[in-house]
Design a protein around this ligand. Sequence first.
Ligand code: NI
Ligand code: MN
Length: 228
Amino acid sequence: MFVSYHGHSVVKIVTDEQKTILIDPFITGNDLTDLDAEKLKIDVILLTHGHNDHVGDTVTLAKSNNALVVAPFELAEYLSWQGVNTHPMHIGGAKEFEFGVVKLTQAFHGSSYTNYETKEIIYTGMPAGILFTNGGKTIYHAGDTALFSDMKMIGERHIIDLAFLPIGDNFTMGPEDALTAAEWLQAKQIVPIHFNTFPVIQQDPYKFINLLPANNGRVLEVGEGIKL
Ligand code: NI
Ligand code: MN
């Protein structure tokens, strides 16, 4: 599969079977992304949690592409009421789809969708991380999370070929905690995400990868990807 980064927490996967999967498709309002929501052709959307900077263009994209949205249960329910084809899952659960295996992991964060017009916050359950496996290769997208010691267990129980870790600080792990996460996960490659989108999450991703003792970090420029 080919896995590319598109700013903030947006990751695109194109499988060997030519299925296109988007994780956390925050496109409209994401000044860092190179994606154009109107031109995207996708099959699946995977969501880590309900925050607006992760759900992003999900409803529009899912409808225009007739794409399946896989999300934690409460978020999947909420999106299904907006006419989106959803598959609900929850933390610890794995499911083999025709496009690959999805397993949700825990994440220490919040999960809600904010409607700024009505000033309502809709609760969307627990936030998650995503383990995605296809063709014998596994990607871990940590979602938004603090450092948590069960990352050790995730690393022990899964061979992770590529891990996307937030480094922005303030809302998620900062670089220092992400270094420990990288150590615990033992992923073959580490790519930093969730930085520089907003002033409060400014970070230098090169500084972060240069501090990784295993020298296994890689900064993906927006639009750049890795063949697994
Ligand atoms: Ni969040
Ligand atoms: Mn976020």
